[in-house]
Structures are given as C-alpha cells and as structure tokens.
Design a protein around this ligand. Sequence first.
Ligand SMILES: *Cc1c(COP(=O)(O)O)cnc(C)c1O
Length: 395
Amino acid sequence: MAYTIKEELQEELQEIKDEGLYKEERVITTPQGAVIETTDGKEVINFCANNYLGLSSHPKVIEAAKETIDSHGYGLSSVRFICGTQDIHKELEQKLADFHEMDDGILYAACFDANGGIFEPFFGPEDAIISDKLNHASIIDGVRLTKAQRYVYDHSDMDDLEKQLQDAQDARRRVICTDGVFSMDGDMAKMDEICDLADEYDALVMTDECHATGFLGEKGRGVPEAKGVLDRVDIITSTLGKALGGASGGFIVSHQEIIDMLRQNSRPYLFSNTLAPSITGASIAVLDLLQETTELKDKLMDNTRYFRDEMKNAGFDIKEGSTPIVPIMLYDAKKSQKMAAELYDRGIYVIGFYYPVVPKGEARIRVQLSAVHEKEHIDKAVNAFTEVGKELDVI
Ligand SMILES: *Cc1c(COP(=O)(O)O)cnc(C)c1O
C-alpha cells in the first residue's frame, strides 16, 4: 500500500477513535440464543439479536440444514442462470411467494442485494422513486444505482408523501418505497395510508419487511398483513438473515412480470453466487414450521407486551409501539454507553445507539425481544435496568 495512503488512513481511523465512534465487535463463542458466551468469559442474556423467533439455533432448522448438505451438497459454485438452480431453490421461491400470497419469488445472497437489484431494472430517468427519509441504507443504495428521479418524504409523513407524489406526476412510472418496520424506532410504516395514496396517484408500493417477516401480522406476513393491505402491496423484499433462521439470504416476492424481469436483468441476482443449499433447505423447514403453528410468534408478542409494560411501570421512557424492537430513550449519548456497559456487567447484553445512527440528542438503548426469552430472562433484564437506571438518574 502506498505509504501516503497508509498514513492518511491511520489518521482517519484515529479521528474516528477520538470521536468515540470506532465500532468494536464483541466476539461470541456459542450459538446464537437467549443466553450466549463471549470471549471475555461472560455469560449474558442476549437482547440485541434479530433472532426474533429463536430459529437461529432451533433443532428442526439445524437438522434440515444438515440433511440438505447430505442431499444437495455444500455449494453450487455457480450463478442461478448458468448451473446454480436446484429443485430446492425453486421450491423455496414458490413457498415464499405462497406465504405472502404473491405470484412468484426470487432469492438473493442477502436482502442488501435484493434492495440493490430491485429498482434498476424498472426505473430509468423518466421514472420517479419516492422514498421514506429513514429507509434502510440498502434501499438508499438501490435507488442510487438507478438514473431515476429521486423524491424523499419526511418519515411517515403522509402529507409530505402526497406532495412528493404530486411533484412526480409527470414521471412515466412511480414507486413508493418504505421499510415495513423502522429498525431504530420500532415503528411500523402507515402501509394502509401509503396504499391509498398509491392508488390515488398511480404508484407501485414496495416495502422492505426485514424486521417484520415471520412475526408481524396474524400469520407473520409482516406489516402489509398487520395493516390489512397484503393484497395491495406490489413488491416485498425481506431477509432470511433475521427471524427466518438468521443465516443469510434475501428474497423478493411480487407480481409474475416483476419477478420474471428481475431474473433477466437484476444485477445482484445475475452476477452473484446461488444461495447455499443448506440455507435453502433450512429456510423451507422454517416456512413449514411457521405455517404449522403461530406458537413462536405468539410467544414473541407476549414477551414484547410483558417487557414494554414492565419497563413503563418501572418509569422508563420508551417509544410507544407494538413491535419487539423497544427503544429505551436516554437522549444523552454518554449515558447510553454507560448504561449499556453497566447492564453488560450485570449479564444483560444490549446496545446503546447515538448520533449519527439516530438523530442528535436522541440516544437510546435498543432492546430486541425474542421467542427464546423466558419470563425469568425478561425479569432479570427489567431488574438490571431498574438498578442501573436509578444509579444513573434515568428513573
Ligand atoms: C437487515 C436489513 C437489511 C439487510 O438484510 P441482509 O439480508 O442482512 O442483507 C435490509 N433492510 C432492512 C430494513 C434491514 O433491517
């Protein structure tokens, strides 16, 4: 590496460290679960994974992954359209589509790739993409990869969305895109109102259901189901890397023509390797499991209600909502870091977030509930929060 670049990077890294923004990674030595161990020898109850349904280490999922390695091998060593499509990939795509009551589905290496590949085949300079201000980085990047006209509306502000739709009326095509659940606040998009506006102004609706698939809505089909508009949303992107087992992989379900066109022209699909057979087989088992019973989702929602109620009773300021993402508002960045560290010492693993991940002056600790949590785990967390909260004058 050229010497000057090396020095420049050292300086930049030091600046990040000086600002206290350097991201360190804690190293886990066990499978993902309610209780995990880390290299610093601690056993902690985990409240910061996207393991909403507890499927990351579920025996049935592990068994299905192992069986699929035996039946379909370890890797495909090919993109889908050359020689990378197996029967299980087609089966999973159809199962994902059926689950969401859509025509067809398509798999990607990650939802980041699904969002990177969903816009460019359909939206050019004569088209308009209208995006919520707080949308996930991968949607923002997906939009950047197009030459489409870009419109951004204030977060969940339907008046502003309507104004942007009016401004975009001259475009050939319009699409409104939104996260289903916003990961830092745990709030749901106003999907029913978005669909009404889409009808009025002739736009498609695309939603990213990464923090909802598998557990929100009556059958776990995400925010469109929770808001009663599953049949009015055009494009759903989501991940296999959160509630649905947490390995990796992404997908899109939509109308037949959209999926057909993605198989022809979506670059992250065309030029990237096939999803591993073990993940594909295990994901089929996950979908079967979700359709057999809503037990896991029901337990997750019970846990969520219980934790939200107990924390409110303890006097904490939490963002109202019903999703398993629960932001405990502290407002002060230093306090959020101090509190997370104190909780970790007491065996509760949570993360404090502050600017630039959330707006200035809105620092918080984000707690994520899971179906693997038992009441005793949650009670321990609430007690530790209460103890530390009193120490730090939060309550
Ligand atoms: C996690 C997440 C992604 C990325 O999903 P991967 O499958 O991990 O790439 C995309 N969008 C949203 C809203 C997410 O929360």
